[in-house]
Each structure stands twice: as structure tokens, then as C-alpha cells.
Design a protein around this ligand. Structure first.
Ligand code: AQP
Length: 335
């Protein structure tokens, strides 16, 4: 608890342009939860370097993600919004937790299997170790709830296992966190292959919509979205392309399956796709406007970054000090 409020932690990698998958699966829920919890929203640049990044781009994207958090409606005064590498405790706890995590449980992580197969060559140890760093991110802040998309669920489960193991060995050091996922849109799929997750690092630009795409681009990408040879707009897993577009539509318009299916009862796919595009454009417009305003205010962003890294460090260092003591490290003058 901080200020009598339960704690939320979540983050996004600055590994590309944020997609509506990142927005619907994560940020939108953060905005809804921010008033009821003390929230920490991180730009996880240390996670991003688990695959190759161009340094200047990574630096630019890290600031851009923070601006998108603010532009999406997250309050940087109320929430603690910071860049992971500016709080060294993440790396320190990550290392310690490595020594309390088993190879067997790490070998079961499906995201590593998918990403390492995709990369094919030179998979790094960092990519394999990603879930332990994520466990450190979460556990440092005594997090109660982790709002995420479905792909990260397994990583929250291993975080719980590591935390329980550590607590059983020593004492109740860590809060055991729970995952929180949206009802619809926990897994937005690629527009070009609706059996595959939409990802910002996909090579095919037509497979995703970014938060900064202009209206013409959004329309074009949605018009090209892969569907099926049928004509009926129905929410069923037999029609993955249509189901995905309905998920996007329902999330942007806050409607239910019944409302959305009724709305498109006698529509052809062309008209349906146009409505989805309109809903996405309408959702992204205020975010894009605010983002542009923030673009002109570099000092403001620098101030937020500095203040929030200090606030985050203060909480993180409290947990880290307890952990170091438990595992037997020499701290200060103690014998
Ligand atoms: N397609 C998605 N649908 C719903 N939620 C999603 N998230 C990501 N993609 C979708 C959620 O966004 C948060 C941040 O994700 P991340 O950037 O840290 O890592 P990721 O899950 O690996 O996302 P990407 O876009 O696929 O990144 P790359 O391409 O760099 O690997 C998480 O809560 C995630 O669940």
C-alpha cells in the first residue's frame, strides 16, 4: 500500500511505435484504473534491448512512449511514470532473483520460444531472462495488480512463483501480485494474419495500427485487413479476422458483442471496416493532438522524468534493502 491505496505496476517496451494492441490491451485499462490505485507506469527500455535496438532510436522512442502515456490520459503528477534504466534497483533485484529461478520453469516460457524462433540467429541470454527482470520490476514496488495483455500472463505467473519461493525461504518480503486483463482486446491480432498477435516490431507495417498513424493510413490498413470469404459480421473464433476487428471496434466504442453484432447485422465487410476505422480515428484523435502539444515542451518531460525516477527509486530501494539483508549481503556497517 502507498497512501492507503493498492499498487499497480505495468510497462511497455520502447521497441517500436506503440500499436492499438498496446493501447487496448494495456494503456486504456491503466487510464481507467489510475484513480483507484497508486500506479507506476514504466518505459521498460532494459527489456527492449533483449533484442537488437538502434541506440538513437531507442532513446527517442523511450521519451515518445512516456509522451504517449501522458497523451493517453495518464496523470504524471498522480502516477509514477519513469524509464526503467533510470532506476538501478531493477537490474540489482533482477540479478538476485535469477538466483532463485529455475531453468526448468524458464524453459516453459512461450514468449521466449516465439521470439527466439522469429529471430532465428543470435538469441541473447537477456531475451531468455526477460521474465526474471519483469518479476523484479513488479516485486520492487510491492505490486498488487499488473494490468497486461494476454501475452504477458505467463510472466506474471512466474513472478508469483518466484515471489512465493522467496517469501517461503525468508519471510513475507514480497506482495504476491495478480494479473489484470481486459474483457475484450486482451489479444489484438495482426491485421494481416489474425492468428498472430499484433506486434509493434512486426516487419509488415500493414499488420498493425500505431497510435500516431494518420486517418488515411488507419483507413487504408483496415481496408486491407485480412478477413474471410463470407459476408456476415459475427463474433466467433471461426472468423478470426472479423472477431479481431470487432474487438477493436468494441474497445474503441465501449460496446458489447450484442450491440456490435446488431449494429453490423446487414452491413457488408466494406461498410463494417469503414466504421471500425472511424471508431479508431475518433479514439486516437485526442491522443495525437495532446502528443503534438507535448512535443513542444521538452523541459516539462525532463522534469517529469527526473522527479518520477526519484519517486520510484525511493520505493524500490526500500524493497531492495530488505532483500539484500535477507540473502546475506553486507549493508553499510552491519557485521
Ligand atoms: N496485440 C496485443 N493485444 C493486447 N495487448 C497487447 N500488448 C502487446 N501487444 C498486444 C500488451 O501491451 C503491453 C506492453 O507490451 P510490450 O511492448 O512490453 O511487449 P509485447 O507484449 O512483446 O508487445 P509487442 O507490441 O509485441 O512488442 P514487441 O513487438 O517489441 O515484442 C503488455 O501488457 C502487453 O500484454
Amino acid at each position: 500500500m502507498i497512501n492507503d491505496k493498492k499498487i499497480i505496476f505495468s510497462g511497455i517496451q520502447p521497441s517500436g511505435n506503440l500499436t492499438i494492441g498496446n493501447y487496448i490491451g494495456a494503456i486504456k485499462n491503466w487510464v481507467e484504473l489510475q484513480n483507484d490505485y497508486q500506479s507506476l507506469f514504466c518505459v521498460v527500455d532494459m527489456h527492449a534491448i533483449t533484442v537488437k535496438q538502434e541506440p538513437a532510436t531507442l532513446r527517442k522512442k523511450s521519451r515518445e512512449v512516456l509522451k504517449l502515456y501522458i497523451a493517453s490520459g495518464l496523470d504524471p503528477e498522480k502516477n509514477i511514470m519513469f524509464i526503467q534504466s533510470q532506476v538501478p534497483a531493477h537490474a540489482e533485484l533482477g540479478w538476485i532473483l535469477n538466483c532463485y529461478t529455475y531453468m526448468g520453469e524458464m524453459n516453459r516460457m512461450t514468449q521466449f520460444k516465439e521470439k527466439s524462433t522469429k529471430q532465428n540467429i543470435n538469441t541473447t541470454v537477456g531475451l531468455f531472462d526477460y521474465p526474471v527482470l519483469m518479476a523484479a520490476d513488479i516485486l520492487l514496488y510491492q505490486t498488487d495488480l499488473v494490468p497486461i495483455g494476454e501475452d504477458q500472463k505467463q510472466h506474471v505467473e512466474i513472478t508469483r512463483d518466484i515471489a512465493e519461493r522467496f517469501n517461503n525461504l525468508y519471510s513475507e518480503i514480497f506482495t504476491i501480485p495478480e494479473a489484470y486483463m481486459p474483457k475484450f482486446g486482451a489479444r489484438i491480432m495482426s491485421l494481416q494474419d489474425p492468428t498472430k498477435k499484433m506486434s509493434k516490431s512486426d516487419d509488415d507495417e500493414n499488420s498493425y495500427i500505431t497510435l500516431l498513424d494518420d486517418p488515411a493510413k488507419i483507413e487504408r490498413k483496415l481496408k486491407r485487413a485480412v478477413t474471410d470469404s463470407d459476408t456476415e459480421v459475427r463474433y466467433t473464433k471461426e472468423k478470426p479476422g472479423i472477431k479481431n476487428l470487432l474487438d477493436i471496434y468494441m474497445s474503441c466504442t465501449n460496446t458489447t458483442v450484442t450491440q456490435a453484432e446488431n449494429r453490423f447485422k446487414n452491413c457488408g465487410y466494406g461498410e463494417f471496416k469503414q466504421e471500425v476505422a472511424d471508431a479508431v480515428i475518433h479514439t486516437l484523435k485526442p491522443i495525437q493532438d495532446r502528443f503534438r502539444e507535448l512535443d513542444n515542451d521538452k523541459d516539462y518531460l525532463d522534469r517529469i522524468l527526473k522527479q518520477n525516477a526519484e519517486r520510484a527509486s525511493e520505493i524500490a530501494n526500500r524493497t531492495l534493502a530488505k532483500v539484500k539483508k535477507k540473502v546475506g549481503f553486507v549493508i553499510g556497517e552491519n557485521k
